[in-house]
Design a protein around this ligand. Structure first.
Ligand SMILES: C[S@@+](CC[C@H](N)C(=O)[O-])C[C@H]1O[C@@H](n2cnc3c(N)ncnc32)[C@H](O)[C@@H]1O
Length: 343
């Protein structure tokens, strides 16, 4: 039975020319329109052009597009940022997502049709190297690896406070941060919980950068790193909590279920696992971010994976040996936290 009102003509054009809409947003941030209007609300297009060293014609094309998209408000007699643009791209640091979309998502997603036909991440051809996942390939491309890490850090910065607010880590003593990246989560959690020990697990090059970041924050006595392939190598034992943040959506159900079994074996009785990710709603038709982003996992990142549902995570945790569960829905950026306890 069909549900919903169906797409409007304007919405259809916004999708059809979505690549242009993205570049408008990207340019508004990169050439400094948002910054300028943040400092000079009420400026005209001519004043923006002059301040940014742009010719009048291209500035007019850009500003007109930004106004049409309602990223910028007002008219030629005075412009201002829309409140969300001001909050995210002037006061906040959401601009860190834009080079990720431009340099990684958009080149790779141009192979989406091929990925759908082949059921594989054929968009990986845009990233030279041997590995079968984007993460392996970017180990040899420090510039793009930094772009990916800036995007991940921006996501963590926007969501981690909500994870802390759940209170689920309050009684943890030693946390395994599995696929912990460059340490953004580990550093923030170590600062918030002064008695918490953390071991961050990730690939070779990534833990090297994580170790530098951890040392720079003066946390090396409580936060250590462990280079390993978490799908192939044994996980360290001794921790009472395991965090999988933005890790399971990248991989296939088979790989994730195996990883959760290994995590459960590495934890003591009463140990807990925390799955922290964006989640699709039960109808699987929103929110936009959670239904669009899985195309990146298919076409580029790994060729597997999606944002899974609460009940899928619960089924996997139960099968791995966890027996008690708690859901924390409604966190920032379409996130949820699903916790599972062993006995
Ligand atoms: C999407 S990032 C998540 C990073 C971090 N947890 C966060 O929330 O920002 C996934 C991480 O998994 C790591 N990773 C990928 N394959 C891995 C493997 N086989 N073993 C260990 N880590 C891996 C990547 O290097 C990357 O840092």
């Amino acid at each position: 039975m069909a549900a919903g009102r169906g797409v409007t003509e304007d919405e259809l054009y916004r999708i059809m020319y979505g690549a242009i809409a993205f570049e408008m947003l990207h340019a508004g941030w990169a050439v400094g329109v948002f910054d300028h209007l943040g400092r000079h609300p009420g400026a005209t297009t001519a004043q923006v052009a002059e301040a940014l060293g742009l010719q009048r014609y291209p500035c007019d094309v850009l500003v007109t597009g930004l106004r049409g998209l309602e990223l910028v408000l007002g008219d030629d007699s005075g412009l201002s940022n829309s409140p969300l643009v001001e909050q995210c791209f002037v006061q906040g640091e959401d601009g860190r997502h834009l080079p990720f979309v431009h340099d990684i998502v958009n080149p790779g997603i141009s192979d989406f049709i091929g990925a759908v036909r082949a059921g594989a991440n054929v968009g990986l051809r845009h990233f030279p190297g041997d590995g079968t996942s984007l993460y392996d390939r970017l180990e040899h491309d420090p510039d793009k690896l930094k772009v990916l890490h800036d995007h991940l850090r921006a996501t963590s910065d926007a969501t981690l406070a909500d994870l802390v607010r759940t209170g689920v880590l309050a009684d943890s003593r030693h946390l395994l941060d599995i696929g912990g990246g460059t340490g953004t989560n580990a550093i923030a959690l170590a600062k918030h919980y002064p008695d918490l020990r953390i071991t961050l697990l990730d690939l070779d090059n990534v833990v090297a950068e994580a170790a530098d970041n951890i040392a720079r924050h003066g946390l090396a006595d409580r936060v250590d790193v462990h280079a390993c392939d978490v799908f192939a190598d044994p996980l360290p034992t001794g921790a009472d909590t395991a965090l999988l943040a933005h890790m399971l959506p990248i991989w296939s159900p088979e790989a994730d279920r195996k990883l959760l079994r290994n995590v459960c074996s590495a934890l003591p009785d009463n140990g807990k696992v925390l799955l922290f990710d964006p989640l699709q709603n039960d109808q699987r038709d929103g929110p936009d971010y959670a239904i669009l982003f899985p195309a990146y996992y298919l076409a580029i990142a790994s060729g597997h994976g999606t944002f899974y549902s609460w009940s899928t995570y619960e089924e996997w945790m139960r099968e791995a040996g966890f027996t008690r569960f708690q859901r924390f829905p409604g966190l920032a950026v379409a996130h949820g936290l699903h916790a599972g306890w062993k006995q």
